[in-house]
Design a protein around this ligand. Structure first.
Ligand SMILES: [Zn+2]
Length: 151
C-alpha cells in the first residue's frame, strides 16, 4: 500500500492540508473550515481510453476538452504543454483529457477523427465544437470559455 501524501491548498481559506493520495477519492475536506478540497490530480490532463470514454467524458459533471493525439504526431507534442497549462488554469471548470488514437480506435472512429491533433469540446454528453490542428492557447481557451457559457 502506497501512502503517498500531497499538500492541497483549500480554495476557501487557503489552509494547506496534507492528504493521502489513497484518500482523494473520498472527497477530503479542509481541516480548518470544512470546505471540500479540490482534487489536484485534475491539475494535469487525464489519460482516457475507449473503455473510460463514456464515464470520463460523456458522463462528466464538468465540460471536457478531449485532445486526440498519437505519439508519432509532431504537432500533438507541441500541444502538450499548452494542454497542461489549460488543465491547471481551468481546474474544476473544464476537465482536460487525452486520448491516444493509436491505442483507442473505437472513439477515433466513433467521432470520425481523420487527422490529429483533434480537439473535442464536450458538454453534457454532447460534442459542442471540434478543432483540428495545433492551435494557439488563446484560441483553445476562447473556445473553452464559449463552451462554459453555452446552455
Ligand atoms: Zn479551508
Amino acid at each position: 500500500m502506497i501512502s503517498e501524501t500531497i499538500v492541497v491548498r483549500c480554495m476557501h481559506c487557503s489552509t494547506k492540508n496534507r492528504v493521502a493520495l489513497s484518500r482523494m477519492d473520498e472527497g477530503p475536506k479542509c481541516g480548518k473550515c470544512g470546505s471540500s478540497l479540490p482534487d489536484p490530480r485534475l491539475d494535469a490532463p487525464v489519460d482516457i481510453t475507449d473503455a473510460s470514454f463514456e464515464s470520463e467524458v460523456m458522463q462528466s459533471p464538468v465540460p471536457v476538452l478531449v485532445d486526440c493525439w498519437a505519439p508519432w504526431c509532431g504537432p500533438c507534442k507541441t500541444m502538450g504543454p499548452v494542454l497542461d497549462t489549460l488543465a491547471s488554469e481551468y481546474r474544476g471548470k473544464v476537465k482536460v483529457a487525452k486520448l491516444n488514437v493509436d491505442e483507442n480506435q473505437g472513439a477515433a472512429s466513433r467521432f470520425s477523427i481523420m487527422s490529429i491533433p483533434t480537439l473535442l469540446f464536450v458538454k453534457d454528453g454532447q460534442i459542442l465544437d471540434t478543432a483540428t490542428g495545433a492551435l494557439p492557447k488563446q484560441e483553445i481557451s476562447g473556445r473553452m470559455d464559449q463552451m462554459l457559457l453555452s446552455e
